[in-house]
Ligand binder design. Structure first.
Ligand code: EPU
Length: 338
């Protein structure tokens, strides 16, 4: 096990924020986690688990021991009559893994194409896009307990998936290192095409029965058109969650802002489009220092060059206040703020 000191985390977070890890250890497998747990000093140190860094906002240097998860490998675990079970190491790039499943004839992740980050981070925030969430395809994951050093396999119930949420953001935060994730892709494959942007693609191309590769290509094109590429413009995807309100709250807002974009949910509550609300408050394209609101999508904050975490959070708070002032809704941040 190599213990590195004074490591810059700037290349390891997609927002490109500066921060230095006092101590960093790379994790290539379960055994590396056990070495950390058994280590006389590192075993007791507070720890921070870093995946692809696509969903974190670093506001200061990291005194904790940073565990950078780099577990590799992809495989088809099982081809059953009713499903493919596929597996990837937590350090694999999520989008590359999605492309790999399609190349191997396993369909069902295409709606989740082009999401930045690693496989291990996908269950942490229960990634979702275009009508599919990770939890819809989840089979199980392997993790190592940071207190006992034991490897465990966790099923969906323990992971407590919610909208961009899981136990790994709460009870299991800093407690379990996810090392491998397995997904269940139901057979026969059925496309998920209900999302408005995909319906538009069907209308524009006249292709009513796209195959999985076509859906993958459409999703990539939609995301490229709307969302900034972190390689070119630092960002962490959606910066806020879409708030869920009661029907009464929604009626009240519609009374004042009839155009508010909203989606009734099966349980009777209503999800509001935070991007629309931020846009309505006039934030699109605005900047605070080097932190800005993306000019093609107001739910995404971006790094215009040399932003620091505190600037990003100043901008985020200003947006939260103006949305609260106009709509009475408190927006929750989606990435983990460290
Ligand atoms: N809108 C505006 N102005 C904007 C941005 C959006 O009016 O500046 C409106 C759009 O016109 C649309 C509505 O808001 O009517 C919703 O926008 P969009 O379809 O882009 O989806 P979203 O709700 O903003 C969510 C996820 C995305 C995911 C897309 C597609 C959250 C927090 N975000 O965004 O996930 O890709 O749906 O499923 O749920 C992420 O989590 O990082 C992420 C990118």
């Amino acid at each position: 096990m190599q213990i590195e000191s004074g490591v810059s985390l700037k290349p390891y977070n997609t927002f490109g924020l500066p921060a230095v890890a006092q101590t960093l250890v790379r994790i290539a497998g379960d055994a590396d986690v056990r070495k950390v747990v058994d280590h006389p000093q590192l075993g007791r140190a507070p720890k921070f688990i870093l995946g692809g860094g696509s969903n974190i906002i670093l506001t200061h240097d990291m005194p904790q021991l940073v565990l950078k998860v780099e577990v590799r490998g992809t495989r088809i675990v099982e081809e059953r009559a009713d499903a493919w079970i596929v597996e990837a190491g937590a350090g694999e790039n999520w989008h590359d893994f999605v492309a790999w499943t399609l190349a191997h004839g396993c369909f069902g992740l295409e709606n989740l194409a082009f999401i930045p980050g690693t496989v291990g981070a996908a269950p942490v925030q229960n990634i979702g896009a275009y009508g599919v969430e990770l939890q819809d395809r989840f089979e199980s994951l392997d993790a190592v307990d940071l207190v006992t050093g034991r490897s465990v396999t966790l099923r969906a119930g323990i992971c407590e998936f919610g909208y961009r949420d899981s136990a790994f953001k709460h009870a299991l935060a800093g407690r379990s290192v996810i090392t491998r994730v397995r997904l269940r892709l139901p057979r026969p494959w059925q496309p998920v095409l209900g999302y408005l942007d995909l319906q538009r693609k069907i209308a524009d191309t006249g292709i009513a029965d796209p195959d999985a590769q076509r859906v993958f290509d459409w999703v990539c094109a939609i995301r490229r058109a709307k969302l900034p590429d972190p390689a070119l413009l630092g960002n962490a995807g959606s910066f806020f969650k879409n708030p869920v309100v009661t029907p009464e709250q929604c009626r009240d807002i519609i009374g004042r802002d009839p155009e508010v974009v909203h989606y009734p949910l099966p349980d009777g509550t209503v999800k509001l489009a935070a991007g629309w609300m931020i846009d309505a408050c006039g934030w699109k394209g605005k900047t605070v220092g080097q932190a800005g609101v993306y000019d093609k999508h107001s739910l995404v904050l971006v790094n215009r060059g040399a932003a620091i975490g505190s600037e990003v959070m100043t901008l985020a708070r200003a947006i939260q206040e103006s949305v609260y002032g106009r709509f009475g809704i408190r927006l929750e941040t989606e990435p983990v703020v460290v």
